[in-house]
Design a binder for this molecule. Sequence first.
Ligand code: NAP
Length: 287
Amino acid sequence: MWGLPGAALNIAHVGLSTWAMSASKIGDVARRFGRCCATDAARAVENVREGVVNCGGMKRKKEMMRRVAVLGATSGIGRALVVRLREEGYEVVAVGRRRALLETLGGETLTLDVTAPDAVAQVAALGVDTVIYNAGFGERTALPDASRTARALEVNVIAFERFAQWALTACRCFVATASIAGVRGLEDTNGYSASKAYMINAMEGYRRKARHGGFACRYVTLLPGFVDTAMGQASRFWRCSAETAANVIVRGLQRGGEVLYVTPRWRWIALLMRCLPRGIFERIPLK
Ligand SMILES: NC(=O)c1ccc[n+]([C@@H]2O[C@H](COP(=O)([O-])OP(=O)(O)OC[C@H]3O[C@@H](n4cnc5c(N)ncnc54)[C@H](OP(=O)(O)O)[C@@H]3O)[C@@H](O)[C@H]2O)c1
């Protein structure tokens, strides 16, 4: 007669004690999490006091970036970066192909095509601790153009990849200028957009490699929206000057950022682009 209610009572008892056990376990985990947060917070305060930034799971001094090579420094963002970094007191070597433009910058320069077979060796010989891979090629075309795509792949993928691989064991910091255009495929800059998508994913992979493999190189991805340079002429939407872009980048690097949107509000456009379902995204014309 008590069979059914007894079984129900038993189940209720087991359920309650399991719930009590889980509640106490959850409490335990929460307490431990709280203790970890408190320790992390205390450590973070200590680090800020000591001028240490925590990146890639490793503590590194903010001052680690001392001697920097900016590749693609003859014009636009790269040129503004050279000026800004020098104002901040860093030793900067300006690298690019157009020698006359490099000379107008003054200071240390290196005339170099990043796609040259010995390009990495030439930069390695400069004895820099940081490389900013800002050289890039991309042109808007009404119809797909295989020769332009090939050039974009040479500069934005193959040469970039050689430098990124070398940096893992040779540099303290490797920065690459990707683009918001690399977040999704775009109709009129398809090859460029695909090459920057490669760069974004490769940089994430290198960050993971450095973190999990114990390498000291910090990989930083730059994601500019529209910047007022020869390359960014086509759009006026949220366009900033090269000088503003350089300020945002240098501040972000000094703060220990690993993915920097230029300017920061482009983060929201990137998020929207990533979240839009394919069916909707492909119906929106993006020039
Ligand atoms: N402007 C934008 O709206 C925008 C948006 C997103 C991302 N970006 C990226 O920002 C970076 C800088 O572009 P920018 O806007 O400042 O345009 P830019 O003024 O045309 O600068 C491009 C730079 O790349 C260098 N370069 C190109 N091919 C090279 C090669 N083979 N070897 C060495 N240097 C090379 C150029 O120097 P030389 O020609 O003298 O060699 C130049 O200094 C690029 O990677 C671009 O994709 C720009």
